[in-house]
Design a binder for this molecule. Structure first.
Ligand SMILES: [Zn+2]
Length: 156
């Protein structure tokens, strides 16, 4: 097996294993090489990282190096997860459009609605972990926003 560092035309780097150097070229010709980050099939061997065939007797020092590479790619997400995150981000954006931003008054507003002092409405705002826990203990449903969100009063 040979591992190649590959990169796509979008600048993503990833590595892939091939049976042989010719298997890599063959898959490339057939358009079977696809970037796992963006799906681009404009994939070539990454510059600056010459492909080194891993021979049986060269395996000894390979695992440590490969672990390092994996760590450095920690920010990359498999396409399925990326798609799910995008879907989630869209849903969250839709929800926020129908929701009122209450900032630091989140806990206060949530309680007011829960105890019937205010009409129920969808709100979002700031709560620290303790506030969120207190609300949950009082039986008030709160959920963290899963996608980073910039509060309107912090945009500049
Ligand atoms: Zn890519």
């Amino acid at each position: 097996m040979i591992v190649f560092d590959l990169s796509c035309d979008g600048g993503h780097r990833f590595e892939a294993w091939f049976r042989s150097s010719s298997a890599f070229e063959e898959q490339g010709r057939q358009g079977l090489l696809v970037c796992p980050h963006c799906g681009s099939s404009e994939v070539a061997k990454a510059p600056m990282a010459p492909a080194v065939p891993v021979k049986g007797n060269a395996r000894a020092d390979a695992p440590a190096k490969r672990e390092q590479e994996t760590t450095s790619q920690g920010g990359a997400l498999p396409p399925a997860i990326r798609e799910a995150m995008q879907k989630l981000a869209r849903l969250q954006a839709e929800t926020i459009k129908q929701s009122t931003y209450v900032g630091d008054r989140f806990a206060e507003e949530s309680r007011a609605m829960h105890y019937g002092e205010k009409d129920k409405a969808l709100i979002h705002g700031k709560a620290d972990a303790k506030e969120a826990r207190d609300l949950l203990e009082e039986g008030i449903t709160v959920a963290p926003l899963l996608i980073p969100f910039t509060p309107p009063d912090e945009t500049n």
